[in-house]
Design a protein around this ligand. Structure first.
Ligand code: IMP
Ligand code: MG
Length: 335
């Protein structure tokens, strides 16, 4: 039996808060034996700057950039064709993914039929990657699992064997979440949510004991963004446009412009509690510095600050908890 230690990276807003940056940083410095993507599918787009080059990954965990075993976990849904092309893109860019990447045999598959159905969505504003229909069929017990797909056979793994019956005395797993708390199927603004579990609970569903969770890192931004069909955000105008352009707030997967709003302190606080965060990284502080408007929502009020320093002080004071730290970070800064 192996001793398992798990660190989890979640997003505490509506996705696109820089999980890729945090997992990349942790995978580089930490001594993990595995990196696991634990929810979602190709709806995600994780932007990673690796050795000066920009990469956008969709389901492949960032462990492959560092020679760490990387698993697409049982909580994910996978489109085989898109997975194979993402693998090819990384190989072509010189990333050696072979013998590193595997897929849980009990992960579910996104079929052409799921894609066709999701393409008709007009209500939620999905990424049209087939996620919702694939999860519906999984829970409706009509789904297809990775182990049933001939093209995936060589990549299959049994995570129970891998995590619990490994010869290694200690397994250290970095869990890479997708989407975010505001899109979580249980905690997000239903029905404007994705179909998977984006909280730390979602990671635990991937074959590890709950007690193995050591650290939980949350990604946020100093403002909020959302993509989808619901009304969201500040009025379109100079400020929204400036934040969107300076912050490069266009979907990594679909290229859609993201709706923009001010930081919501209560919403973030709730996500900090429910995920049991140990560290919160608040990204893109330099974007607001360039826009020179410092605002946030707290309770029923909107607060304006004179400087980023004042805004950070306010956030830090109001999010205070035991065994919890906040790190503020710039757009392309390392952590
Ligand atoms: P779905 O996950 O494609 O079903 O989309 C459901 C909702 O989640 C839509 O509002 C999408 O825009 C949003 N969404 C899904 N994946 C991401 C992501 O990686 N970043 C941001 N929004 C996402
Ligand atoms: Mg994204």
């Amino acid at each position: 039996m192996s001793n398992i230690i798990a660190d989890v990276v979640v997003d505490v807003q509506h996705g696109d808060c820089g999980k890729g940056k945090i997992t990349h940083h942790l995978a580089r410095t930490g001594d993990y034996t595995h990196v696991v993507r634990y929810n979602g599918g190709h709806n995600a787009g994780h932007t990673i700057y690796h050795e000066g080059k920009k990469f956008v990954t969709h389901v492949i965990p960032c462990g492959v950039f560092f020679g760490i075993e990387s698993i697409i976990g049982p909580g994910c849904v996978v489109n085989p064709e898109r997975l194979l092309s993402e693998m090819k893109e990384l190989r072509d860019a010189g990333i050696d993914i072979d013998n590193l990447l595997s897929i849980a045999k009990n992960a579910h598959v996104i079929t052409d039929w799921h894609l066709a159905e999701d393409n008709k969505d007009k209500v939620i504003g999905t990424t049209k990657r087939g996620n919702g229909p694939a999860y519906r069929d999984k829970y409706g017990r009509k789904g297809v699992r990775a182990e049933q797909v001939p093209e995936l056979q060589e990549y299959l793994i049994d995570v129970y064997q891998e995590f619990h019956r490994n010869n290694e005395p200690t397994i250290k797993i970095l869990f890479e979440g997708a989407q975010g708390f505001g899109l979580d199927v249980d905690w997000g603004d239903y029905p404007y949510v994705t179909s998977s579990h984006c909280t730390v609970g979602g990671a635990v569903l991937n074959g590890i004991p709950a007690q193995s969770v050591r650290k939980v890192y949350g990604a946020a931004k100093i403002y909020e963004t959302y993509v989808g069909a619901k009304d969201f955000g500040m009025e379109e105008g100079i400020i929204a446009k400036a934040i969107r352009d300076i912050g490069e707030e266009y979907g990594a997967t679909t290229g859609r412009p993201r709706k923009v709003d001010w930081f919501d302190l209560d919403a973030v606080s709730k996500a900090v509690d429910i995920n049991g965060l140990t560290t919160l990284v608040i990204n893109k502080v330099d974007v607001l510095e360039q826009v020179r408007h410092f605002m946030l929502y707290h309770g029923d009020n909107k607060f304006e600050f004179d400087s980023m320093e004042d805004m950070q002080y306010y956030i830090t004071e109001h999010l205070k908890r035991d065994n919890f730290e906040i790190i503020f970070s710039g757009h392309k800064d390392r952590i």
